[in-house]
Structure formats: C-alpha cells, structure tokens
Design a protein around this ligand. Structure first.
Ligand code: SAM
Length: 288
C-alpha cells in the first residue's frame, strides 16, 4: 500500500521523481502531518453537495482528502512545476479541476459562473504567508459569495484579524475582515507540521460571511479611507491621524457629527463607530 500524500517519505519520493524544488518566494511549506490536514478539512464540514476552492494545493495533500468528501474541487496553483505532480497525485479523482493561475489574477465571478453557477463554494487554503492579506481581501472585496473560508496563516496575522478595540494588534485588517465576516481562531499549528519548516507559527482561522451587514456604511470607499486615516499613525490622536487623509477642518466637523472624542485613538473605536464616522465624513465632504 502507498503512503498517503502527507507522509514525509511520499513527499520526498514525489519531489525526487519530478526533480521538484521548493520555491521559498511562493511560500511553499507543505503539510506533512495527516492529523493537521484532517483537522483543517473537518472545519469545512464537507458533504458531496459542496464545491470547494482550494488556493495553493501544493502537491495535493489537502486536495486529495477534500475530493473524497466534497462534490467538486477547484484547485488554483500558481507554480507550473506543480501541475504535472498534481495530475499524477490526484489522478484517481475525477471531481478535481486544476487551474494553473495566480489566485490574485483570477476573475472569481467568472470562475463561479463557469464551475458553480448556483452555489456558494467553501474555500480552504494553507496560504503562502507573503500574500495572505491580499488573498483574503480579494475574496472579501470582489463581491463574490462564499459559504465559509478556512485558512491557515501566520499566527500574528490571525491574531490581528480576530482582535477587537483596545487590543494593541487591532487595526485595518481586523476591521476590514470583521466588516464582512465572523472571524474565529480555530487552532494553532506547530512549525514541525510542515516541510520545510517555516520561521513562524501558524494558525487556522474560520471566516463566515455575515448574512446581513453588521453596520450601516453609506460609502464603502469612504469607510476604507476613514480606517486608513485613523491607523496611519498609531500614537496620534484621531484628530491628527485622520488629518493625514482628510482636511483638518473636515476631520473636526466629522468627529463632532459622529460624537467621537477628537483626542481618542483609532484603536479604541468599534466597527460601528468607524461606520458612523465614515458616514459623517461623507456628509461633511459633500457640503465643503
Ligand atoms: N496546500 C499545500 C499544503 O498544505 O501542503 C501547499 C501549501 S503552501 C503553504 C502554499 C501553496 O500556494 C504553494 O503550493 C504555492 O505554490 C501556492 N501559491 C503561492 N502563491 C500563489 C498564488 N498567488 N496563487 C495560487 N497559488 C499560490
């Protein structure tokens, strides 16, 4: 019997057969711990009715197991050297579509129309650390509907994403992600679950899109500008930090309209307060 794909011997054997070398710049740290693979996939609660998008399948360690549980898997892998490997390791499954593309260049809406027009996919990804945030934001901001997103990322980024007001790691990414989804930490993954071992500890998080918006934001771009301004310098008061992004008089007026103390710091504001403030900026900028 063959070792399963996450076995270290099998990974080494496949790499040797295909003369494959890890590309560090693509964040290639493959899972070699079967239990961790199972724990991640369990979070998606898969059935044969599900379509899954996997970002960065690597040699297919997670893809194989996802294909056994789900109806269809769309695996998007940037590295063309991994495509012949995936074609071999996954050849016994006829429900996997391998797409050799940079996920950041892929039109998700088109992908949906083509492969799952009437369904919200589940997303599962052990993400390359160098582009974790752009990938998550792409899924959130593209207007693409999905059921849930299970992602493994750097522990520090996971903690930032789920943190709330008053926490020293609370910032733009916390608000941006929590605006769209309920964000939860699921479990921590030690470095020795990977080959090669990364320099950082990893964490798995689960993002579940809100059914209805949790705050009333009149203009999305203004909301993002408000957050960007508020966190442009952490030590400064809101009045000064927001003045990096807006005219200072307008900052005073908007803070007053939103009933927010100008000497408060951005990291103390809730998502509701950011929404209120961005709606106030919209009014003030229109009338100025
Ligand atoms: N899922 C595999 C596993 O758990 O063993 C591999 C995970 S590895 C951390 C990240 C994978 O994402 C690599 O296979 C890498 O080549 C791929 N990747 C990196 N950047 C990508 C991008 N922009 N679009 C799609 N895949 C990417």
């Amino acid at each position: 019997m063959k070792d399963n794909l996450s076995s270290i011997n099998r990974i080494k054997q496949i790499m040797k057969e295909h003369s494959f070398r890890f590309t560090k710049s693509l964040g290639q740290n493959f899972l070699k711990d079967d239990q961790v693979v199972d724990q991640i996939i369990e979070q998606a609660d898969l059935t044969k009715d599900d379509v899954v998008i996997e970002v960065g399948p690597g040699i297919g360690v997670m893809t194989e197991k996802i294909a056994e549980l789900a109806g269809k898997v769309i695996a998007v892998e940037i590295d063309k050297n991994l495509i012949p490997i995936l074609n071999e390791t996954l050849k016994e499954h006829d429900n996997i579509e391998i797409i050799n593309e940079d996920i950041l260049n892929l039109d998700l809406i088109e992908l949906g129309k083509r492969y799952f027009p009437n369904q919200k996919p589940k997303i599962i990804a052990n993400l390359p650390y160098y582009i974790t945030t752009p990938i998550i934001m792409k899924f959130l901001e593209s207007g693409f509907s999905f059921d849930s997103m299970i992602v493994m990322l750097q522990k520090e980024v996971a903690e930032r994403i789920v943190s709330g007001p008053g926490n020293k790691v609370y910032g733009t990414i916390s608000i941006a992600v929590q605006y769209y989804t309920k964000a939860e930490i699921v479990f921590e993954v030690p470095k020795d679950a990977f080959i090669p071992e990364p320099n950082v500890t990893s964490m798995v998080i689960k993002l579940t899109p809100h059914e209805n918006p949790i705050v009333d934001v009149e203009n999305h771009r203004m909301f993002l500008r408000t957050i960007k301004g508020a966190f442009s310098t952490r030590r400064k008061t809101l009045l000064n930090a927001l003045s990096n992004e807006f005219n200072k008089d307008n900052v005073r007026k908007a803070l007053e309209l939103a009933e927010i103390n100008p000497s408060e710091r951005g990291e103390k504001l809730t998502i509701e307060e950011f929404a209120k403030l961005s709606n106030a900026f919209l009014k003030v900028e229109k009338s100025s």
